[in-house]
Design a protein around this ligand. Structure first.
Ligand SMILES: [Zn+2]
Length: 346
């Protein structure tokens, strides 16, 4: 049976001792498939597989690609198992999430980095002809967070996770704007859940920057609640507005030029400053917070040219069909250049 919310969340400094009893309690079956890449295998997945194999039949696989066709094929393998565990970052989690959904099997999220809120969401980000697409899947049946492993990853990923959470503020503003324009229904409860996630992270700057266990937990629960807000709504709307449009437009631009995009949460953080400015909200406070987290607040810090930022902002409105503040401005490249200059981004 597939549930669209986590039945169990295991958060421990070291989870090894408790995994098997959690899995037995969940009662998902005896055959388990573990997704992990080579790096994550060495860090933790091999140890986890050893422990889990004492009570379950275990097979470990390495997702080779994020392409839709590859993952659809993978679903055939997954269908021979009772449940899967995705140990790793976004790519591994998305491959496990989408293939498990296609196979009709439950999956467990075991993130080793906390870089975005897709960890627990029911949407999977995969590739189709080398372009990123978002597909409907199911949320995880359980979440396992090994705080020591997450602490061991570079801080940049945690900062990116914070950027993705703070972006919920401009996303919710956009949702209200769309609701006022009679384009969409607004849910106060889901919006507040999304805003709470942003707040949880902003109130723990010091703890998150120092990678204390408390800071990692605050970020983890923020991402869990953010993902849950999206699952409740059935789309990314509560956590993804015009700032995500800017990020998607950047990715499209990089794709056309054969360049690697920056980290998702960093792109979104820069987009949040722009969106809040356009929404006539306190963009300066957001910029101060981004700086405190060590997130980029200029195009240069993000590792992109000023012209790329200008082009992305001008193209952001039409990058997907979602009503946002951008629909009110219809920015040209000239207007975008002026705004980005005003915000100190270029
Ligand atoms: Zn995001």
């Amino acid at each position: 049976m597939i549930f669209n919310f986590p039945l169990s969340v295991l958060v421990e400094k070291a989870v090894e001792d408790k995994i098997s009893s959690m899995l037995l309690n969940l009662d998902l079956g005896k055959k388990c498939i573990i997704f992990a890449d080579d790096n994550v295998k060495k860090i933790i997945a091999d140890r986890v597989a050893d422990i889990v194999s004492e009570k379950f039949e275990v097979r470990m696989i390495k997702p080779e690609s994020a392409e839709k066709n590859y993952i659809e094929n993978l679903a055939k393998t997954v269908s021979h198992y009772d449940f899967s565990i995705a140990i790793g970052g976004g790519r591994t989690i998305d491959a496990a999430k989408y293939s498990s959904f296609l196979a009709g099997k439950p999956w467990i999220a075991f993130p080793t980095i906390l870089s975005h809120d897709g960890v627990v969401s029911s949407r999977a980000s995969i590739e189709n002809n080398e372009m990123k697409i978002s597909m409907q899947a199911s949320g995880p049946t359980a979440i396992i967070a090994d705080l020591e492993t997450i602490k061991g990853a570079p801080y940049r990923f945690m900062a990116s996770g914070c950027g993705d959470l703070i972006s919920n503020i401009s996303a919710v503003n956009d949702w209200r704007i769309a609701s006022r324009a009679k384009k969409e229904k607004y849910s106060t409860l889901i919006a507040e859940l999304s805003l709470l996630s942003a707040k949880a992270c902003m109130e723990h700057v010091k703890e998150i920057r120092s990678k204390s266990y408390g800071g990692i937990e605050a970020l983890l629960w923020g991402l869990v609640c953010s993902g849950f807000a999206m699952n409740l709504h059935g789309s990314s709307r509560p956590c993804s507005g015009s700032e995500h449009n800017f990020s998607h437009a950047l990715e499209k631009l990089f794709h056309e030029k054969g360049l690697q995009p920056a980290v998702h949460g960093e792109q979104v953080a820069l987009g949040t400053i722009i969106s809040l400015y356009l929404q006539k909200e306190d963009w300066e406070q957001a910029r101060r917070i981004m700086k405190k987290f060590g997130l980029p607040v200029t195009a240069k810090q993000l590792g992109i040219s000023g012209e790329a930022a200008v082009k992305a902002l001008a193209a952001a409105k039409d990058v997907r069909d979602r009503y946002t503040i951008l629909n009110k401005y219809k920015l040209t490249e000239k207007a975008s250049r002026k705004i980005l200059g005003r915000l100190g981004i270029i």
